[in-house]
Design a protein around this ligand. Sequence first.
Ligand code: BGP
Length: 478
Amino acid sequence: MRALRENFLWGGATAANQFEGAWDVDGKGPSVSDMCTNGTNKISKKITTKIEKDTFYPSHDAIDFYHHYKEDIKLFAEMGFKVFRFSIAWTRIFPTGMEEKPNDAGLKFYENVVDECKKYNIEPLITISHYEMPYALVEKYNGWYGRECIECFERFSKAVLDRLAGKVKYFLTFNEINAGTMPMGNVLSLGTIKGYSGPISEIKDNPQIRFQALHHQFVASAKTVKYAHEHFPEVKIGNMICFITMYPYTCNPTDILMAQKEMQMKNYFCSDVQVRGYYPAYADRYFEENNIIIKKEADDDKILKEGTVDFYTFSYYMSNCIGEVNDVKKTGGNIGLGYKNPYLKESEWGWQIDPKGLRYTLNEIYDRYQIPVMIVENGLGAKDKLEEDGSIHDAYRIDYLRSHIEQMIEAVKDGVDLMGYTPWGCIDLISASTGEMAKRYGFIYVDKYDDGTGDLSRRKKDSFEWYKKVIESNGSIL
Ligand code: BGP
């Protein structure tokens, strides 16, 4: 039977705006995430149109990786990481997104991070854009709705590749690009929020704007892939999908069809474009029924064809159910909407925990695309307790990860070509959906709290030693 690759990429994943802090240091400009205040699992975060005094913005200081990167990467190395996923803050490189020349201090910071990883033989995996864009582009173009952003992004991604591709093998273009197919994508993913100030959940959704903006991201992504292939043949460049597996609530054929449609437009649409290089046929009907008309330029289809990705990556946290039934409770998750699955438990944030769903999903993805796959996010957001002696006993996190790794190995036995696994938030960081610090994922605890207090010291949780053994044994000791 097949087993995990010998050089399987074990590691962890992060994103710039959720952990770097130093939001206005060394020439950095404000990004969309820098305008977001924090919420809770019940209250949405808000976006402001200017930085307001006496308001708490969680991204501004975060866990200050910017000044702690050496200490943090040393801890990752101690766990035995083979890969470290992080993203580039666009506004460190181009503060407004519209400058002609990149800010060297920004590029230098990421070069230092890369060098530090290399020192320990950790392979960097760089997400070029993870849920943020320069706020100036929101004001000027209404985010990705403006076609001009393609050119701005090209300048940015070229600057990143030109500086780092000699040292870095793996890149991803946009984090969870399919967030743009859902109303939640308005803010963090697409920046299509012009003139808006209020809770994110109240932002008026406009699918025409969202899908047009998404088209611009597709073109920008394909142009980046093409550039990487032409100039750095040794680089592998992938896409990144937020996969929320949808099950039919019952075996009623109506439910089966609903689940299929949901899987197509929410989970597969973006990767069909990015892996195959063209819009899938099923999208036509969806666009027609939702009065969506995609404005394309003459070369767009050609660019999409020429810029297909080398490998497929995704985040996996939960599954959901969909069906006609009205008498079952809806799940309360921030990003997934559907019906509660009576066979599954859920996290405190309403995300349904489904390890077998990961095996199912890996099989579905690999069958569809037949290119290497990587799980670049997975994990349990939980409230950890810091004991008086400084220890953190997170057995629930170990259970979650163990059960998912078990199923991931089953999928490899099923035949899936899996490159690696990077659990989300390997060091505690700020939640993307709520802006909370209290929702922790890490193997490393950071002394930082939702009121902004904390001395930023780092401590190993129980899961730290556990994950170290998992990596050492290449997944045979769980
Ligand atoms: C994904 C994002 C990450 C991340 C993770 C966990 O959707 O790519 O940025 O934060 O989800 O979500 P949350 O932080 O909301 O718990």
